[in-house]
Design a protein around this ligand. Structure first.
Ligand code: SF4
Length: 106
């Protein structure tokens, strides 16, 4: 039996591993650029967004404990500001303690 198929399989697996390993690096690099360049969302940006979830108390869609940093759209950031993957929040940073009516529990 030839070693060629095994060599090809090893090469493929090495390339696939490298590609998978590169994804988080690319994502983090993109995020840090976005964080540096993007303005911070202001209250009322879209979807009744507020920088402090406590200010959403009384909103019909708000439940206590909901905030950007535990929303399924949260893309990560630092302790205060980060990225939201929702289409209507592209190009701005949202507050980790913020909230909007598109909130989805993670
Ligand atoms: S979709 Fe989620 S992470 Fe984005 S602004 Fe609304 S609550 Fe925050």
């Amino acid at each position: 039996m030839s070693d060629q198929p095994n060599a090809n399989r090893r090469k493929f697996l090495r390339q696939a591993s490298a590609a998978v390993a590169a994804i988080p690096v690319i994502s983090l690099a993109g995020m840090s650029t976005a964080k540096a360049d993007n303005p911070k969302a202001e209250d009322g940006h879209r979807h009744d967004y507020v920088n402090n979830a406590a200010d959403a108390a009384g909103h019909e869609d708000y439940s206590e404990g909901e905030k950007c940093k535990n929303c399924a759209f949260w893309g990560g950031g630092d302790a205060e500001w980060g990225q939201c993957f929702h289409a209507d929040f592209q190009g701005v940073q949202v507050n980790a303690s913020g909230w909007c009516d598109e909130y989805v529990g993670a």
